[in-house]
Design a protein around this ligand. Structure first.
Ligand SMILES: N[C@@H](CCC(=O)N[C@@H](CS)C(=O)NCC(=O)O)C(=O)O
Length: 201
């Protein structure tokens, strides 16, 4: 059975959400990152970075949220979370799947830390550019690929949800509406419930 290494209220939210979207059986192993267990040799063998999430599938281990989402989507095609390799939407799918880690994450960190960047030198350009591109991605909807929900929405949706929760993303109507569509998904609600139960125990 799949095993997810995770901790509540962390970036492992997206890994939990994509598993709930896939509707496949999995078990969870709580990694208490407050205790420092993530930096033990045993856990570093699971994820060299000493971070959650990581997912074990038999002998295979995949770490990094985007990679976990891609793995789950491709591993369980019946869940319909990824356009196939010959689908014209595959390019947009991969682009938004990677955009979250490559552009949204550093842009938020830029905003939090007050860095200035030279747009042509930073891979994400700058915070304002990323916010405007993200706005374009979600404003038509309902999903970043149009009518079809995909694992890319788990990554982009997580970015929008947490960006708004932490006040790093402006309160634009496009972001609020997209966030509401994500939150309304039964799999998102199950993920929240799992997180809340773990956080309160
Ligand atoms: N690049 C990683 C980042 C994961 C990450 O930052 N996880 C944090 C929790 S939000 C963590 O495990 N921190 C523990 C530590 O670094 O000691 C990903 O996208 O999966």
């Amino acid at each position: 059975m799949l095993k997810l290494y995770w901790a509540p209220q962390t970036r492992s939210f997206s890994a939990l959400w994509v598993l709930e979207e896939a509707g496949v059986p999995y078990e969870k192993e709580l990694v208490d990152i407050r205790s420092g267990v993530q930096d033990t040799p045993a856990y570093r063998r699971i994820n060299l970075m000493g971070k959650v999430p990581a997912l074990r599938d038999g002998d295979m281990i995949v770490a990094e949220q985007g990679a976990v989402c891609a793995w789950v989507a491709d591993r369980f095609p019946e869940a319909g979370l990824a356009p196939s390799i010959d689908d014209p939407k595959r390019g947009a799918y991969l682009r938004w799947l990677f955009f979250a880690g490559n552009c949204i994450e550093p842009a938020y960190m830029q905003k939090f830390s007050g860095w200035s960047t030279v747009k042509s030198r930073a891979g994400w350009g700058n915070y304002e550019l990323v916010v405007d591109v993200l706005d374009d991605a979600v404003k038509e909807g309902p999903w970043v690929l149009g009518e079809r929900f995909s694992a890319a929405d788990v990554m982009i949706g997580g970015g929008v949800y947490f960006g708004m929760a932490f006040g790093v993303l402006p309160e634009r109507p496009s972001f609020a509406a997209y966030r509401e569509r994500c939150v309304a998904r039964p799999a998102f609600q199950r993920t929240l419930a799992i997180e809340q139960e773990a956080a309160s125990s």
